[in-house]
Structure formats: C-alpha cells, structure tokens
Design a protein around this ligand. Structure first.
Ligand code: HPA
Ligand code: MG
Length: 219
C-alpha cells in the first residue's frame, strides 16, 4: 500500500512558543519551540489506529515496538487500537513484542541490524507484523530492520512511524503509516531523546543550542 497522506509540517513553520503550553521546568531553557503539542499527537494517533484497523484483513497482528524511542507512540497506538477493537463488530487480535536495535560493529555493509532484547524472533514466522517506530530520518535503520525481519519469514510486515523527517539524507523509504512529516530539525520529547534526555518531555519540541550543549556527551 502506498503511504497514506500525512500531516506535513512546512519548513517555515515556527511552532508554538513555550509559554503557550505547559512543559517541565527542567527543560524550559533547552528547547526553542513546541513543534507538535501532545494533544495533537494523540488526535493524530487515533486516526492512525483507525486506518491500521481498517487495513487489517487477516490477524492476529503482532505489534513490534522499536525501543526506546518508540515506547510512547506504541503505548498510545495500542490503547487506541484496543478501544477500536472493543467497540467494533470486527476486532483484531493483537500481541506485542519489543526490540532494540544494534548496528553490526564489524560489518557495516551487511545491510542488517542486530535485534536485541526480544523474544525469539522465529515466532514471527507466518505472522502479520506491525513495526512501530518513533522517527524515520535517513531510512537506513528501518530498511536494514526490514531486511533482517524478512529472514524470519513473516506473512506481512507494515511499518507505522510517528514522524518522518524531510531530509536530503533520506534514502526515499516511506512507511505505510506516518503521523507527521517534519522539517529537518532535531526534535525531542514524547520519548524521542537527545543522549537519553528529553524522553520525559510531553510535547515534541525543537532542541536549542543551550540544550545541545547542556546534554552533550562529555568526552
Ligand atoms: N530526534 C531524536 N532522535 C532522532 C532524530 C531526532 O530528530 N532523528 C533521528 N533520531
Ligand atoms: Mg527510533
């Protein structure tokens, strides 16, 4: 299926100033603007869940959460799917699994990533998989993950990503379900991190120079 249209945030979008919404005091000097307030994130996820349920013709479905950044989106998406399931004549049985990815250190050209921290992936054989990711940037990681997953012979694999970045570094990969297409800026919040910080920020925000400096990895 071609990518459904998504909400496209234009390059000249300035976002919302910080004093229009509530955010944690410990981050108020570290972000320049609020790009996507949490309410809008949730409203968009409701519709993604509806689209996903509409398109499933065979279940059960395994929701595969790509940690750590995907955990908020995954939780909210699964909640919405559960609500739809409870209220429709036709329901989709769901199970969940969680993966973390590690690039192969000794062979960067293998086109694969190492999947760590999941159940035995051979359980994916013959199953319908929905991979849930926070952001597609260059697309390289997702393309490698899809190559790796194919080895386990799933019946179908689809991908839902909350964000897709518009960047010249993109390899052109587009997931089936996209929440928002965003400008080429570094965003944090709603589980997206900068060196493990900002996952506890509720809105999706653009980090500023102060934040980058404050939370830089010390060398
Ligand atoms: N924010 C957080 N993590 C990311 C980003 C981003 O903008 N791009 C790729 N990984
Ligand atoms: Mg991610």
């Amino acid at each position: 299926m071609a990518a459904e249209d998504c909400i496209k945030i234009p390059d000249n979008y300035e976002g919302y100033s910080l004093d229009m919404f509530c955010l944690p005091k410990h981050y108020e000097n570290d972000v320049e603007s609020i790009m996507i307030p949490k309410g809008l994130i949730h409203d968009r996820i409701e519709r993604l869940a509806r689209n996903i349920c509409r398109d499933v013709d065979k279940g059960p479905l395994i929701g595969l959460c790509v940690l750590k950044g995907g955990y908020q989106f995954f939780g909210d998406l699964m909640n919405c799917i559960r609500t739809i399931n409870a209220n429709m004549d036709r329901s989709i049985q769901m199970s969940v699994d969680f993966i973390r990815l590690k690039s192969y250190e000794d062979d960067h050209s293998s086109g694969e990533v190492k999947v760590i921290g999941s159940d035995d992936l051979s359980a994916l054989k013959g199953k319908h998989i929905l991979v849930v990711e926070d952001i597609i940037d260059t697309g390289a990681t997702m393309q490698k993950l899809l190559t790796t997953l194919q080895k386990f012979e799933p019946a179908t694999v689809k991908v839902a990503s909350l964000l897709v970045k518009r960047t010249p570094k993109s390899n052109g990969y587009r997931p089936e379900y996209i929440g928002f297409e965003i400008p080429d800026k570094f965003v944090v919040g709603y589980a997206l991190d900068y060196n493990e910080y900002f996952r506890d920020l509720n809105h999706i925000c653009v980090i500023n120079e102060n934040g980058k400096k404050k939370y830089a990895i010390e060398s």
